[in-house]
Write a protein of this length. Structure first.
Length: 321
């Protein structure tokens, strides 16, 4: 793969439960063209057809050779075989050989992995982790997905199921996560968790807040985006919610450092963007939650790719450097 021409393009595909996003990516990691089309989640053939349609649009848009296709697919999956095993958001795909199906259509190299791993690789190759050997990346949004990259390669573990950092428990008495465990960081610091804490403070404590105004007086309509907007406007309740989230993330990242001691930690996703003003607070709090005396030397930075992490991550799976 090291011989791929600088003029070649990669196609990165991000498959979700409701949409397929695909992009044309050059070998510098720049997304030069992209599209989004609806995904059919309940039927295997129709779902594959949606993926093929998105790829066809990118092939038509390219004026260069296509080197390969990388796909971020919902897990659980086997990154070695490219088989999607049992994704909750895509019930039509059960033990579905996605890599083989796409490769058969195009006769090109095809790689499949989950979005957390792929996003981490894109950041390591082309983004905020470029130049660092060992990279830890977390995408904080509807859930918390993570990826670990050692020397330019994703760490998959024994079976391909490693790096599920969003499901590290930091409070065994905490709320139940969607995975079934108690007190996962995803259940405490993801976008829905931020919204839930804000709703609880408004409803149970009877507190007034700009967050409630943004929700038109309906606590059940509060979202994490509203919390972020209220914080920017100076709302005390929103600030309190985000500071609590910051504490959870500090405890969690202290554990990550003690386990991995990465060269850099990268946070991306919508909730991470909202929490960027608190990154310095996380860094300052790390020594309390980390035995590593040099923990504050590890950079904590924002991801490059934002909402396009799946497209860039898919392309990065071809690892053309």
């Amino acid at each position: 793969m090291n011989s791929v021409s600088k003029a070649a393009h990669l196609i990165g595909v991000d498959v979700g439960g409701t949409k397929v996003a695909a992009g044309l990516v050059n070998t510098d990691g720049e997304i030069v063209h992209q599209t989004r089309i609806p995904m059919v989640a309940t039927n295997a053939a129709a779902g594959l057809a949606a993926v093929i349609s998105a790829i066809d649009a990118m092939r038509a848009a390219s004026d260069s050779a296509i080197f390969g296709i990388g796909i971020c697919a919902p897990g659980p999956l086997d990154p070695r075989s490219g088989v999607v095993i049992n994704p909750p958001n895509l019930p039509g795909w059960r033990n579905f050989p996605l890599a083989d199906e796409v490769s058969t259509v195009y006769n090109l190299p095809v790689r499949v992995d989950n979005d957390g791993n792929a996003a981490a690789l894109a950041e390591a190759l082309w983004g905020s982790g470029r130049g660092f050997r060992n990279v830890f990346c977390a995408t904080i949004g509807t859930g918390i997905g993570t990826g670990i990259v050692f020397d330019g390669h994703i760490y998959h573990g024994r079976t391909g199921s490693a790096a599920e950092g969003g499901h590290n428990t930091i409070d065994y008495r905490g709320p139940r996560c969607g995975c079934g465990k108690l007190g996962c960081i995803e259940a405490l610091a993801s976008g829905p968790a931020i919204a839930r804490r804000a709703r609880d403070k408004v409803a149970r404590e009877g507190r007034q807040s700009a967050v409630l105004e943004l929700a038109e007086g309906r606590p059940d309509r509060i979202t994490s985006e509203m919390v972020g907007r209220a914080y920017v406007a100076g709302d005390p309740l929103a600030k309190e919610v985000l500071q609590e989230t910051t504490m959870y993330l500090t405890v969690w990242l202290g554990n990550i450092i003690d386990l991995l001691e990465p060269d850099v930690m990268i946070l991306g996703g919508g909730a991470a963007s909202m929490l960027q003003p608190f990154f310095a607070e996380i860094r300052e709090g790390l020594p309390t939650w980390c035995v590593n005396s040099q923990c504050k030397e590890i950079p904590l930075v924002s991801a490059r790719y934002g909402a396009d992490a799946g497209i860039a991550g898919g392309a990065a799976l071809l690892n053309p450097t």
